[in-house]
Design a protein around this ligand. Structure first.
Ligand SMILES: Cc1ncc(COP(=O)(O)O)c(C=O)c1O
Length: 413
């Protein structure tokens, strides 16, 4: 048993990291790399069962079995039931469909709370309901820190008209971890359901969705070492109450009502590879077997978080010596308080030009507003210019951080 993550072992599972001369990758918040287990699972599905998975013949049965196993495993990972999840094309589309599915259950004059911390995926679709008679209220970040203060939510809920609060678990710009359980309690006490965007959270923390008591929770698998596909969780009673968005004959058909167009089957099969990867990491570090995928993954995430704390601390130590750089979000390396997603506002330097110069040095960093345009604007930053975003996950290393900060020192001097 080992209580320190073997990062080299983890990296050896990712073809893009295992190359010698690999670029140092700091854009995992945009899309993480995929381990060989995911690539193999996708390839296996296409070789073994590339057909519609509902038929009685053998290839279809094999495909269905692969998808069902993957969905069961993913459901177990988040402590939910397989019939409470929708596997759709993207979080943006899942949220869009959900907004259409929930609107008929609301009356004109009912209210929805959105934040200006969210990625537009969990904002725009709700804000558009204003055109249909919904009162849309904005829960605003502190313009200095970028944080959301639950005390500012209280007056928005006071008149009892709010039916839904949409907010992020973690903002892809600010990086702070919002207290989902507490905010959910607050919303429920006011009679509102919650829709939580977990896209920027799930590579860093593994929420127990039942314990959090959320009504809906969304994330995209391509931020979790998987393919371009997304999960929408809804409590069973909430899903059963939506207005059907699928073909008329799917009315009353549970999660299918939220999945018009169905699922990309080969990608749905590939999701199982994420679980295989977590299991591989588990078995490399722990000799105590467990039949429960969630408890195995929780052990693995504990190691992931230690590694993230290490690289975060290294990066923050560098920032201490560069007081001219504005860091958005908490100056903390505690993985319970922030994700390893750092947005920087560097006076006198274009984030885009810096990202290009870093790319020339084999350092992959993103620049812009990352579709968190309202958030960037509320922070007083021109969204057309945006921020330089440095994001890390468990496979990031201290030498990579040093490569990046040395390059930044040279470019900023
Ligand atoms: C926090 C957050 N929410 C939502 C999305 C949108 O996800 P998708 O590309 O699956 O629509 C992203 C994508 O970057 C994101 O970072």
């Amino acid at each position: 048993m080992s209580d320190i993550l073997d990062v080299d072992f983890c990296r050896s599972q990712f073809p893009l990291l295992a190359q010698t001369e690999a670029d140092a990758y700091f854009e995992s918040a945009g899309g993480s790399y995929v381990p060989q287990q995911v690539i193999q699972a996708m390839s296996h599905f296409m070789r073994d069962s590339q057909t519609q998975p509902e038929w009685p013949f053998a290839a279809a049965k094999r495909g269905k079995a692969q998808i069902d196993k993957a969905q069961k495993g993913i459901a177990a990972l988040f402590n939910i039931n397989p019939d409470e999840l929708v596997i759709g094309p993207s979080t943006t589309l899942n949220a869009y469909v959900l907004s259409h599915a929930l609107r008929p259950g609301m009356a004109d004059g009912d209210a929805i709370v959105v934040t200006n911390q969210d990625h537009e995926a969990n904002g725009g679709c709700w804000r558009r309901l204003a055109d249909t008679g919904i009162d849309v209220r904005e829960w605003r970040i502190d313009p200095k820190t970028g944080d959301l203060d639950p005390a500012d939510l209280t007056p928005l809920l006071a008149d009892g008209k709010v039916k839904l609060v949409a907010f992020p678990h973690v903002s892809n710009i600010v990086g702070s971890i919002n207290d989902v359980a507490a905010i959910t309690r607050q919303a429920h006490q006011a009679g509102a359901m919650v829709v939580v965007d977990g896209v920027a959270a799930v590579a860093h923390t593994l929420p127990d969705l039942v314990a959090l008591d959320v009504d809906f929770y969304m994330f995209s698998f391509y931020k979790l070492y998987g393919p371009h596909l997304a999960m929408l969780y809804g409590k069973k009673a909430r899903i059963d109450a939506v207005a059907n968005q699928n073909h008329f004959f799917h009315d009353g058909n549970g999660a299918a009502m939220l999945n018009p167009g169905g699922t990309n089957y080969e990608s749905a099969g590939a999701i199982g590879g994420i679980l295989d990867y977590l299991d591989t990491v588990h078995d490399h570090h722990f000799d105590t077997p467990s039949n429960d995928p969630r408890s195995r993954a929780v052990q693995v995430y504990t190691l992931f978080q230690q590694q993230e704390a290490t690289v975060m601390a290294r990066f923050l130590a560098w920032l201490e010596a560069r007081p001219e750089i504005r860091l958005i979000g908490r100056r903390e390396s505690d993985p319970a308080r922030r994700a390893a997603t750092f947005s920087l506002d560097i006076p006198g330097h274009s984030p885009e030009a810096l990202a290009i110069a870093l790319a020339e040095r084999g350092l992959c960093v993103g620049a812009g507003h990352f579709y968190g345009r309202r958030c960037v604007e509320a922070l007083g930053i021109d969204p057309e210019i945006g921020v330089l975003r440095v994001s890390m996950v468990h496979y990031s290393t201290v030498p990579e951080v040093d490569r990046l900060t040395n390059a930044l020192d040279a470019l900023l001097s």
